[in-house]
Ligand binder design. Sequence first.
Ligand SMILES: Cc1ncc(COP(=O)(O)O)c(C=O)c1O
Length: 321
Amino acid sequence: MFPNTHFKNAKKYWYMGKLYEWSEAILHPMTHAFHYGTCTFEGIRAYSTARGPAIFRLKEHIDRFFHSAEILRMEVPFTREEVIEACRLVVRENQLESAYIRPLLFYSYGNLGLVPKFSPVELVIGAWEWGAYLGDRAREGVKACIVPKRRIHNSQLDLSAKLGGVYVQSMINGTIARELGYDEAIFLNLEGRVAEGPGENIFVIKDGILHTNDRSESILEGITRTSLLEIAAHLGYKTKVAPIEKEQLLGADEAFFCGTAVEVTPIVRVADLSDNPINVVEFNIGDGRPGPITTRIAEEYTKVVTGQNPVFERWLTYVRD
Ligand SMILES: Cc1ncc(COP(=O)(O)O)c(C=O)c1O
């Protein structure tokens, strides 16, 4: 009934403690989260290593998952350890060497009043092979546009939680960016400074220093971002966590998106649609090609996630016992 066309090699998913065939689905159309986005999810990757597939920073993802659930006032019907084991199991059961893992906690079927008093919290976990999020060409650099709409502000919603509903804004603006011929959107925050992409954080590089922003700028502080700050320091680069003005991005030597899905993706050109979407001005980042520091960081990130840098092996959870 449900083909896995866009979920490469997905065979089974995990739902409330049991495995189901991918093609089978059993949720009711009146499920609370379908209507109101009352859910939280994680995006996690597993990579092929010399010791079999390993999940990158699984514990941190599950900690964030539980934090998001708390913001949604959810009582999670499983422990962290059970969710960790279920993620490992799903990769194993799908016989995946590398995977994108998607746990989702949602208010399920019960009532449709906005307050889900009678809707139980349920957990589902899927896994499949997902290549480069912005396409195979993305390693050569992407063209982004700063969209006119500002990112939801952290005074309005707790953006330290990865809340399903927030992704409506990501979906609309990511789609608009593509309709206009760009690879991805960039949001400014209400203060007019750089916030983040629809599903990515942003680094800019100037005079050899890597800059990124933090939660005060209305972003989800990504696990990749935090990892890259450590990896960059390990490589001897200076890093700075501070607000990023729009002009800093447009005048950067290098810039990149980062996140579990996009990994490290160079941004080589940015169009500014924030003030005047009619007369769009485009800027090359550096010379319009991925810069040397971005390339070095991307290479090291690949080594880290595939278990080729012993310093960071502590970030890996192997899938097989
Ligand atoms: C809005 C948003 N910002 C940033 C990120 C990057 O977070 P992470 O590195 O934890 O995947 C994501 C992806 O989950 C995201 O959805």
